[in-house]
Design a binder for this molecule. Structure first.
Ligand code: MEV
Length: 339
């Protein structure tokens, strides 16, 4: 039987090639509406299909139960060492739901998505795990089913997720997402999810601040402020919701100039609700000064990433400006190309 050390020493690429089952899931980017979406406003998110989390499954030693091998963290989680680990619990629950009897499994994962960066690393890893278990069980799960399983797990990481992260990652397409606020009895109505029309693909550069920030911290801070000043915050969330509606029209008409101005307006409101940071502001300013049509932070904020809308003419200058302003790295992607 292989020791834990031996399991972790194997490069993930080799584990992936040798595995019996493989699955993956994309990173996500929130175009507009983050935070406000927790309070019932609409938001828009896209999947970044070329940046992925991957999961590989092989049968494990008899009696071992399910083991998760987190290659990037050089850790193994199993029932003995980490019974309350949220990903292990997700695996156990999924095996139960899929009615899998044989549970001596080695499930490895590795992710290209930087953790706590606003790019949905947690949702992507969880989705890749559910997908690989479904493949093992010989079951075709619909995107909505996978998303619901991952949502339950996301609730463990931060108490009040809107559900946008697990949804866009599971559906793997641009979405318009809105979930009515919780009812007085604590229940939350089902979200409305629409696949989004993007008539003209647009290029963005994603600038990583290199500052890692767990989603639940800014989400919790915004909640505290909202509880203290509900009218002020509801007004800000309404304004963000109105911007999301206008951005949806821009995406349908292909008006990138108007889109840029709306991203700037969304960034200003995110600053007002207190989730930007000097480093994020610096990157946003540098991108705009170098010719970006618009720029804003993406995700929960207090670190993580921002993105800038660029044209072929401004792309190189904006990339250089982001690096000069201290971006830890810059990624480029085209949004709206049919997959
Ligand atoms: C996090 O990716 C997006 C937030 O709006 C939180 C959520 O929607 O659950 C900040």
């Amino acid at each position: 039987m292989q020791s834990q050390r031996e399991k972790l020493a194997k490069p993930f690429a080799q584990v992936w090639t040798e595995a019996d089952y493989r699955a993956s899931a994309p990173a996500k980017l929130i175009v507009c509406g983050e935070h406000a979406v927790v309070y019932g406003q609409p938001a828009i998110a896209v999947a970044l299909s070329d940046i992925r989390a991957r999961s590989a499954l092989s049968c494990g030693p008899r009696g071992s139960g399910p083991q998760i091998i987190a290659h990037d963290l050089q850790t193994v989680w199993n029932r003995e060492t980490a019974a309350d680990n949220p990903l292990l619990q997700l695996v156990e629950r999924t095996l139960e739901q899929l009615e899998v009897a044989e549970r001596d499994l080695e499930i490895s994962f590795s992710s290209e998505i930087p953790i706590a960066s606003g790019m949905g690393s947690g949702a992507a890893i969880a989705t890749a795990l559910v997908r690989v278990l479904a493949a093992y069980a010989g079951r075709e799960l619909r995107a909505g089913e996978i998303s619901a399983m991952v949502y339950a797990s996301e609730q463990r990481f931060h108490g009040t997720p809107s559900g946008i992260d697990n949804t866009v990652v599971a559906y793997e397409q641009p979405i318009w997402y809105q979930r009515p606020p919780a009812q007085p009895d604590g229940t939350r109505p089902a979200p409305s999810i629409e696949s989004l029309q993007i008539s003209a693909p647009f290029s963005i550069l994603i600038g990583d601040t290199g500052i890692r920030s767990a989603t639940h911290r800014p989400v919790g801070a915004v909640r505290e402020r909202w509880q203290k000043q509900p009218e002020r915050y509801n007004r800000l969330f309404d304004q963000i919701g109105a911007i999301s509606a206008q951005i949806r029209s821009c995406l349908a008409s292909g008006d990138h100039k108007a889109l840029g101005a709306l991203l700037d307006a969304n960034q200003k409101l995110l600053g007002q609700i207190g989730v930007s940071l000097p480093k994020l502001n610096q990157l946003v300013r540098a991108a705009r000064n170098a010719g970006a049509l618009g720029a804003k932070l993406s995700g929960a904020g207090w670190g993580g990433v921002m993105f800038a809308l660029v044209t072929p003419e401004s792309r190189d200058a904006v990339r250089q400006a982001l690096l000069d302003a201290g971006a830890a790295r810059v990624l480029e992607t085209l949004v709206g190309v049919p997959s």
